[in-house]
Design a protein around this ligand. Sequence first.
Ligand code: HEM
Length: 501
Amino acid sequence: MDIASCALLIVLTCAIVHALLGSFLAMATKANHKLPPGPSRVPIIGNLLELGEKPHKSLAKLAKIHGPIMSLKLGQITTVVVSSAQMAKEVLLTNDQFLSNRTIPQSVSVLNHEQYSLAFMPISPLWRELRKICNTQLFAHKSLDASQDVRRKIVQQLVSDIHQSSQIGEAVDIGTAAFKTTINLLSNTIFSMDLIHSTGKAEEFKDLVTNITKLVGTPNLADFFQVLKLVDPQGVKRRQSKNVKKVLDMFDDLVSQRLKQREEGKVHNDMLDAMLNISKDNKYMDKNMIEHLSHDIFVAGTDTTASTLEWAMTELVRNPDVMSKAKQELEQMISKGNNPIEEADIGKLPYLQAIIKETLRLHPPVPFLLPRKADKDVDIGGYTIPKDAQVLVNTWTICRDPTLWENPSVFSPDRFLGSDIDVKGRNFELAPFGAGRRICPGMLLANRMLLLMLGSLINSFDWKLEHGIEAQDMDIDDKFGITLQKAQPLRILPVPVKINN
Ligand code: HEM
């Protein structure tokens, strides 16, 4: 045997031994790993059928059988679901370092959006920089204080629209009103302009945001079976590409207009000006990034906030005692009627704050938070979450856990009076905004928008159900999606409050 053949033989032998050793080690390691328990799986589809129409409820039932950490196979995707405050803490805080990336639905990976989406990009220098900008500049208390005048104006517009409905005895669809108002609250905070009402494209923008959120929430076979990604069997990618392109094009126009105005020396001091100022000496923040970030802010901020307001009003109409207690607090602190509620007043309204907390507890808008992904094998509660598994935190179940909450299905804001439980990611029994590194960056703004809208709706109007429907007969069913919506829209009649002189 010549030297070359000898060398080849040695190399081949080494390669085979290495491969065999590798797979043996992998098998041995896997054998030591204990996947969390879970329901038995059907070949190919795994546990997909167990999700049903309301996965938050189906998985709550399964957690009763299999425990607070369980594993399922959704098509090809190993998914670990945690359903207790303790396990949520393990995922969101203790092991945050390895569980902070996301699984990315196909509805997000269109037009390279996944690379620029704050909500879905991996933890990276870009993500860190964007989060720093959000926390210290865009959504910091100081910046929000500076932009509160524009939000007061939008909420006054909402009150005046509802006043008109009250004059003609017309019921208000609270979800729709909340959605439009939230878009305008966000668009005035970011771009100093109404995106609904003022332009011919107004309704189109609302529909676009709705359609994008709906598609992100649509169960998509291509997310469960790798091979279907190219086929796009439900047309999710095709439809979403069109929606996202339209939104990005609109923002592209807005940013271009603003750049021109800045050249002419016009200053707005809004979030867009802040982002453009940052872009002067920050390589991460360019025009493209500003447009994708604006996309995420609207998509993440609108449905969540609007549906919370609709649920809060639903619960208040169903619970007249809570409604009158809230009215009393407002009357004492602000005085009854059309006096605008200031963001500075929020601290003086503990009961209103408790109502928002209780609404977020009973109807957490993002029932599984956003999906996390394991970067490596992670051991939790004696089990292993395998590398690349998807991790869901069933916050809906945790918020109704009878071991944590007294009478968990009763709407009782009083439970928060004198309690230091908050929604800021420190209390894992109440984490509707998530926790840890990926906690919602819009939480402070969401809180201000919700308190302003809710306070104004109940301080300026009394509310009656349509056609003599009784409070106890109200439909309170929910509809699953990326946000948990009311199945039937809440339509109620406003009556301007009587002001005693
Ligand atoms: C009631 C209203 C809202 C709720 C309940 C909510 C909830 C959430 C949740 C659960 C997450 C995922 C957290 C995690 O993975 O641990 C999230 C992320 C996010 N939210 Fe919110 N959100 C709301 C309003 C807003 C608003 C108003 C904005 C923007 C102005 C916003 C922007 C975002 C963004 C950009 C992310 C992604 C952050 C990241 O992945 O780093 N959200 N939100």
